[in-house]
Design a protein around this ligand. Structure first.
Ligand SMILES: [Zn+2]
Length: 330
């Protein structure tokens, strides 16, 4: 428990509350305090959970339940959006949080938004006038957001080597129409997914994508499978690499090569429900393959079993092979 932490400001991130607490202590370096006292490392928003957050939550337990604290003051529900339920198996909240603090996503892409804490220069100015300090907002740390929706400007990255509150006086850059459109699309997918029970989100979405690709168990000796998957993968590569998504990520290393879509198992790997890739990759796959009403449609059916891949009755039709051939020729 943390003794008399500062009162959270509207929408403030737990890391920012910890920093303002640090300002009241005898410590001279934030990193030292956070490591030695709380065994945490607040170098970026990417880590799902930090022991420091639990101690902070305990200090506010008369006001918020742990679940409410997590939802309100951290980004954990964004990162756990599509986590396989097996990660959470074994009940107690503390042990689940402990697991999450060491959890790493399967590495296929580096999401730019994960790397540094982000702020809006205009919010910083307003916060400073209103509250006498700048602070980090939870909503600005969502990995699928690059724009401050209040001011329609791009979020700025703070110094990745030294955690401190957002600086004042940074010039703001207006978001373009396409920045705002991408932002709206991704946010609406997140909202739609949050309507589905957590343990069903990924399996439902992957099922529908399998239905579009029309291959459920990939056989690399079957030339039809190989060709179809290769076509779909080329389409993916084209759209990922030329699209509005480029500002969101860089490809990372994946087992067989530097660029996951070079290998035929790239796409099938992303669709393996046992693997947990970064939720950004699923959001991009979902956006490229599915329409929101298709996801809604699948909700008419309850899931049959917990293991089978073919768990949702067919609700979407496969992509026509002619479409794929034309796509590849274009
Ligand atoms: Zn703003």
């Amino acid at each position: 428990m943390i003794y008399q932490p500062p009162v959270p400001l509207p929408g403030e991130h737990a890391a920012s509350i910890m920093y303002r607490y640090f300002q009241m202590t005898r410590f001279t370096k934030f990193e030292t305090m956070i490591k030695s006292e709380y065994n945490s490392k607040l170098d970026s928003p990417r880590r799902l959970w930090q022991p420091a957050f639990l101690m902070l939550a305990e200090s506010f337990s008369s006001k918020y339940s742990l679940a409410r604290f997590i939802e309100k003051y951290t980004n954990i529900t964004d990162y756990s959006l599509l986590l396989d339920e097996s990660v959470f198996k074994d009940s107690s909240v503390e042990s689940m949080l402990n697991k999450l603090s060491g959890f790493k996503f399967h590495n296929a892409l580096n999401v730019s938004q994960d790397v540094s804490w982000r702020y809006c220069p205009m919010c910083a100015r307003e916060d400073d006038e209103k509250f006498g300090t700048t602070y980090f907002h939870v909503v600005h740390q969502c990995f699928y957001k690059r724009v401050c929706r209040k001011h329609n400007v791009l979020l700025e990255k703070s110094d990745p080597y030294h955690f401190s509150l957002p600086p004042l006086g940074t010039e703001s850059v207006a978001a373009s129409a396409s920045d705002m459109k991408t932002e709206a699309v991704l946010s609406s997918w997140v909202d739609a997914l949050k309507e589905i029970p957590q343990e069903e989100r990924k399996i439902r979405a992957l099922n529908l994508i399998h239905q579009k690709i029309c291959i459920f168990s990939y056989d690399r000796k079957n030339p039809y499978h190989v060709q179809r998957v290769q076509y779909v993968q080329n389409r993916l590569a084209k759209r990922f690499n030329r699209s509005h998504f480029m500002a969101y990520f860089e490809w990372g290393a994946l087992a067989s090569g530097l660029y996951p879509l070079n290998s035929v198992i790239g796409l099938m790997g992303f669709l393996d429900p046992a693997k947990n890739f970064h939720p950004m990759i699923y959001l991009m796959l979902i956006d490229l393959f599915l329409k929101q009403d298709e996801l809604d449609l699948s909700m008419q059916y309850s899931l049959a079993s917990t293991k089978a891949i073919e768990r949702v009755p067919p609700v979407v039709s496969p992509i026509e092979i002619e479409d794929l051939i034309n796509d590849n020729a274009a």
